[in-house]
Design a binder for this molecule. Structure first.
Ligand code: F6P
Length: 601
């Protein structure tokens, strides 16, 4: 990547906005021209690419069809949503705010509702926020992609959370404006306007909402959005759908989609909280200032490119030799570690042991709806004690351990953990957030620093403390760092081709469609690609009539138990080999990037 120019011209940065750039795809599924060579980049270049990609979130509106994060209309809608939240906070008895989503969108619903409920409790006010995640609480920590396709389940979950409520502000999050689970809930809200006010958060313009029929439903996501647009004129529904540009890894909405969800909802809720506690009106400028604090967060975080690069390299080396990456976190930053780790298996086809998160206090700290989930299996062991009992004894210097904490966490405890890990491996690193001028914390921090191979120290200005945005900034910053670490490490492991994740799971209709599209990289016609996909799912050379006539849901259910589906289908398409031959070749060359490059280009 020598010679790569980080000061991209405006035309490269905005290329995706042009009407003829991948015109059949919504923004959330387009490939980002900035990262086309990410699969061959060094760790440093990967981090720089992610930085430029993230900076696209804050690009200004520029005469295209796209609204942007800081567009006037977006800020105005956030103000209106904030006003509804303010009313609910002041009269919490029979009202609530419900956020719902699938995968990362549901995880962020959880993170945001936890944070704002805590803030209310600290002021002795009633908690008003609830979350729903498709697939239930187990989906907070593991990949549950199938429920995303189930609109009825969405409605059932919503009814349960809202039992007895007379006023509900429902916030459906679907980055791609695509999840049937969320479409079902929005449709239900539209049918019961006396109780529900629906809000949709996503990152495609309305006309790009998914228009694929949903089984046994009369609506599509697109038709629901159209009905909402109509009601939005009289402020009976709200759409918050700025474009943030294509993801660095195509379709990986956990990255910018997740960050932008956090930015938008926190800006609205913070404005509502500030208005309630100070009895002052919600202002355009107040909301805008909060959003701009996140823009500064990007700058502060990425000013540490070298430190982030070190972490990406360490994690990449661990994964390359089939070892592991562990995030040991404190407070809500630990939650971001759990979330980032849980996303690696659906995004990169990783094993749950590859990247794992642990939180101080375990489920007590998590405080999720269903309480402890440990009985569901080893991947649900998330406390530091679990790490000490289950992981530490087998830790080697090929594993990477990351401590994630702030100056307000118990430094003695962090130090003890650091010493325990250090006895087993020197490959220990820290991501540490401190406030500017916090010298007392620095002394203890020095001891921890000595135990770590690298320390990424992120210093926040005192003004962030005063304005109450510090927690949100630290969280976003941690999200960016961990997304870079896990994405970068998997790129270095060879899991990506160009900027496409080839080895994705094919466990719901969206992913099935994405997989069929990816296979067309082989230049084979669509029907051939789908045929190869089915052969790889069912592991046969000859498809039976039963297989070819089944619906996508049946295919995706079956695919839950199959691995390497898309790489296998790709090899079959490119070489004409039988399934057994293709499987054995993939075994010899498991690095998807190399395997694909070997046969294709
Ligand atoms: O189906 C998998 C997935 O792409 C997750 O990775 C993602 O977090 C989730 O779907 C939700 O997508 P969306 O927010 O677009 O509905």
């Amino acid at each position: 990547m020598a010679g790569l120019d980080w000061t991209y011209g405006v035309s490269t940065l905005r290329q995706w906005e042009s009407a003829d750039y991948e015109p059949s795809l919504p923004v959330s599924e387009k490939s980002n021209p900035l990262t086309r060579d990410i699969d061959r980049a060094s760790a440093y270049s990967i981090v720089k690419m992610l930085q430029v990609c993230d900076s696209q979130m804050f690009q200004k509106e520029a005469g295209t069809i796209y609204q942007r994060l800081l567009s006037d209309q977006v800020v105005k809608t956030l103000m209106e949503v904030a006003k509804r939240v303010e009313v609910i906070i002041k009269d919490p008895q029979e009202s609530c705010v419900v956020m719902s989503g699938c995968g990362t969108s549901g995880r962020l619903a959880f993170l945001i509702s936890s944070g704002f409920n805590k803030a209310l409790s600290q002021l002795n006010q009633s908690e008003v926020y609830s979350y729903i995640i498709a697939g239930g609480d187990r989906a907070l920590l593991s990949s549950q992609e199938a429920p995303e396709d189930d609109p009825r389940l969405g409605v059932l979950n919503l009814k349960k959370v809202c039992e007895g409520k007379k006023r509900v502000l429902f916030i459906g999050i679907s980055c791609g404006l695509s999840a049937p689970f969320v479409a079902g809930q929005l449709d239900f809200c539209l049918q019961h306007p006396e109780v529900y006010t629906p809000v949709l958060v996503g990152f495609n313009p309305a006309h790009q909402a998914r228009d694929e029929p949903i089984q046994d439903c009369t609506f599509t996501f697109h038709s629901v959005v159209q009905r909402m647009q109509e009601l939005a004129k009289s402020q009976k529904a709200f759409l918050i759908n700025p474009a943030v540009g294509p993801e660095a890894i195509s379709g990986s909405s956990r990255m910018k989609g997740g960050s932008a969800t956090k930015i938008l909802l926190e800006a609205a809720f913070s404005a509502a909280h500030a208005a309630t506690s100070s009895n002052t009106p919600i202002t355009h400028n107040g909301v805008l200032q909060h959003m701009m604090a996140y823009e500064r967060t990007l700058a502060v975080t990425y000013s540490q490119t070298d430190g982030i690069t070190t972490l990406v390299e360490a994690a990449g080396q661990s994964l390359q030799c089939s070892r592991h990456v562990y995030y040991l976190g404190w407070g809500s930053l630990a939650l971001l570690g759990l979330i980032d780790a849980s996303e690696c298996s659906p995004t990169f086809g990783a094993d749950y042991e590859d990247v794992r998160g642990f939180i101080r206090g375990g489920y007590r700290e998590l405080n999720n709806n269903d309480g402890p989930l440990t009985s569901l299996g080893p991947k649900f062991s998330i406390a530091h004690e679990d790490f000490l009992h289950l992981i530490l004894p087998c830790l080697t210097d090929k594993d990477t351990v990351l401590l994630i904490y702030t100056h307000s966490d118990d430094a003695t405890e962090v130090g003890n953990m650091a010493r325990r890990v250090r006895e087993k491996t020197p490959n220990l690193h820290a991501v540490y957030h401190q406030a500017d001028g916090d010298t007392a914390a620095s002394l203890q921090q020095d001891d921890i620093k000595k135990l770590c191979l690298s320390t990424l120290k992120i210093t926040w200005p005192q003004e962030a403390l005063v304005s109450g945005t510090l927690q949100h900034m630290r969280e976003l910053s941690t999200k960016l760092v961990l997304n870079a670490v896990s994405t970068g490490a998997h790129v270095l492991k060879g899991k990506i081709y160009q900027n496409h994740m080839i080895d994705l799971q094919v466990t719901n209709t969206k992913l099935y469609r994405r997989a069929t599209r990816l296979l067309q990289l082989s230049a084979c016609p669509e029907e051939k690609c789908e045929e190869a996909l089915l052969k790889a799912i069912y592991r046969v050379d000859m498809l039976t009539l039963e297989m070819t006539s089944s619906d996508i849901t049946t295919h995706t259910c079956f695919a839950r138990n199959s691995t390497k589906v898309v790489p296998l289908a790709l090899v079959i398409l490119l070489t004409g080999w039988s399934l057994v031959e293709a499987e054995s070749h993939l075994k010899q060359q498991p690095i998807v990037r190399e395997a694909v490059a070997q046969w294709m280009w």
